[in-house]
Design a protein. Structure first.
Length: 313
């Protein structure tokens, strides 16, 4: 079974290949992000996801460059994603913002550059990375056209979306010169994104899942799909942890999960999902966990005309 091979990749709509599991680095700060990236590469991860707003591009890049220098990987063997922050949506600063990320990472090119959100924020300076929530009306299509130029320049191999709904995705598809290859969104058994996944598939986009374990809170046994009796039974049946069951489930429904961890043992556990497969009935049993509730609703932006989550999907 080819799924048992951890190097398996999804072929994107432009012919580029993306490994089907990646390391997420949101909320991995400074040394954590550096150590996590080093550990992940040693374990076998070949897909690392960061973003300008995570403020850890320098640490992630340093770890990648060291692993290349050590001969553990070649540059072309690792798939690196970063993202355009909301404060950089103005067309005249997109390329400069990209080059800032590239400098932070210390790489010659990026494999995938995403628009982090369809909503722009007011730019004051680069260090104001999160920005105050002063939202702007920059049209994400104008931002997208500048991202297309980065592909022309050979600075990034692929471009994509993050936190876009189906209608917004459609609008990009109808007006673009270069198609987005992915939409990175929250996706896990409690928030399954069935309709958005179907829409993406229809248009040849891959769904990448952030928060694939729904940001677990062990103290309150949250989320149920990691803690309840059914989850425990599945873990026992396959001789795996509930987190491994969840990640395997996401892979089998065609999603590319990006589990975040700074703990080397957990990073290894999250990667160890390629040598077993869930039965069809166990896959469909996961559907009952769907609640439709997001863990990351970006609620501070909910009044904006491009707020993506007022639509059903």
């Amino acid at each position: 079974n080819k799924m048992s091979n951890p190097t398996i990749k999804r072929v994107l709509n432009n012919g580029q290949e993306m490994p089907i599991l990646g390391l997420g680095t949101w909320k991995s700060f400074e040394n954590d992000a550096y150590l996590a990236t080093r550990a992940a590469i040693d374990i076998g991860y070949r897909h690392i996801d960061t973003a300008f707003v995570y403020e850890n591009e320098q640490e992630v890049g340093k770890a990648i460059r060291e692993k290349i220098a050590e001969g553990v990987i070649k540059r072309e063997e690792i798939f690196v994603t970063t993202k355009l922050g909301g404060i950089h949506h103005d067309p005249e600063i997109v390329e400069r913002a990209f080059r800032l990320s590239l400098t932070n990472l210390g790489l010659d090119y990026i494999d995938l550059y995403l628009m982090h959100l369809p909503i722009g924020q007011k730019f004051h300076n680069d260090s104001n990375v999160h920005g105050t929530l002063e939202l702007t009306d920059v049209d994400y299509l104008d931002t997208w056209r500048e991202m297309e130029k980065l592909v022309d320049l050979g600075l990034t191999r692929s471009i994509g979306l993050s936190n876009f709904n189906a209608a917004q995705t459609e609008r990009v598809l109808q007006n673009c010169r270069i198609k987005p290859v992915v939409n990175q969104v929250e996706c896990h058994p409690a928030f399954q994104q069935q309709q958005l996944r179907a829409h993406a598939k229809q248009h040849g986009l891959v769904i990448c899942a952030y928060c694939p374990l729904a940001r677990p809170q062990p103290a309150r046994h949250w989320p149920p799909f990691l803690y309840d009796e059914h989850a425990q039974q599945l873990a026992k049946k396959y001789g795996r942890t509930t987190a491994q069951i969840c990640l395997r489930y996401l892979i089998q429904i065609g999603v590319v999960p990006l589990p975040k961890s700074s703990n080397p043992a957990r990073i290894a556990e999250n990667f160890n999902v390629f040598d077993f497969e869930l039965d069809a009935e166990d896959v469909s049993s996961m559907e009952k966990y769907h609640t439709g509730v997001r863990t990351v609703p970006f609620s501070g932006m909910s009044g904006h005309k491009y707020y993506p989550f007022n639509d059903e999907y």
